[in-house]
Design a protein around this ligand. Structure first.
Ligand SMILES: [Zn+2]
Length: 226
């Protein structure tokens, strides 16, 4: 009778480890390895930090309806730390994913103090819905392979594609930024410029062609406003 050779046993173990690695990959609550321990900046604070607890209180005081999300570590350095699921900030937001608490408070401030007043000023109507193109998304800067991790990969950014007004009109960055309607052009430039007071990085169609159809706001290292 022939038993398993040591080599066969070794390969069985290798296979088991490989399977365990497959099961462990993908979105999960995996803890970070030592090499993931990067300096603490916005978007990298865990939910139990004093700054995050203070931010969550502020979010409540602002009257937002939201669900705090557990800290999550995804593959490729992507994380969603001290993030929330925004349910209601007064103006409905379409296509939202996880967003860090500091991004959420600044988004609310921008929506209330910049975007809504500008819509009333230029169009005589409130914004009924802000059409986002998402917040958390694990991808490199500008979606280009080889670039560093985008702040979207830390739930620390949001893309805004356009707006639906209370009277049903629709304003989009793609059609409006260089479009024929002066009011729309001015409105978009005003809310872009105004966002530079709320966020660290603000990018629009004048930044590069990757932003032809949206405004990008993040709380990474700034300030940069283009
Ligand atoms: Zn973006």
């Amino acid at each position: 009778m022939q038993g398993k050779s040591p080599i066969a046993t070794k390969w069985v173990l290798v296979l088991l480890f490989a399977l365990a690695a497959c099961v462990g990959s993908g979105p999960s609550d995996r803890q970070p390895s030592r090499s993931d321990q990067t300096p603490v900046t916005a978007g990298r604070l865990p939910s139990n930090s004093p700054q995050t607890r203070q931010c969550i209180s502020q979010l409540r005081r602002m009257g937002a309806s939201f669900e705090p999300l557990p800290d999550r570590w995804f593959g490729g350095g992507c994380t969603a730390l001290s993030s929330v699921k925004l349910l209601d900030i007064g103006t409905p937001l379409a296509h939202m994913t996880a967003i860090t608490c500091p991004m959420a408070t600044n988004l609310i401030a921008w929506s209330r103090d910049v975007a809504q007043p500008a819509a009333r000023r230029y169009f005589g109507a409130n914004i009924r819905q802000i059409e986002t193109m998402g917040s958390y998304s694990c991808r490199p800067v500008n979606g280009q392979a080889g670039n560093g991790l985008s702040e979207h990969g830390r739930a620390n950014a949001i893309d805004i594609g356009g707006f639906t007004l209370a009277d049903g009109r629709r304003v989009t960055v793609l059609n409006g930024w260089n479009g024929k309607d002066d009011r729309v052009r001015q409105f978009l430039r005003d809310i872009h410029k105004g966002a530079c007071r709320n966020f660290q990085i603000v990018l629009g169609p004048d930044a590069n062609h990757w932003h032809a159809d949206h405004l990008h706001f993040d709380m990474g290292k700034g300030p940069y406003c283009r």
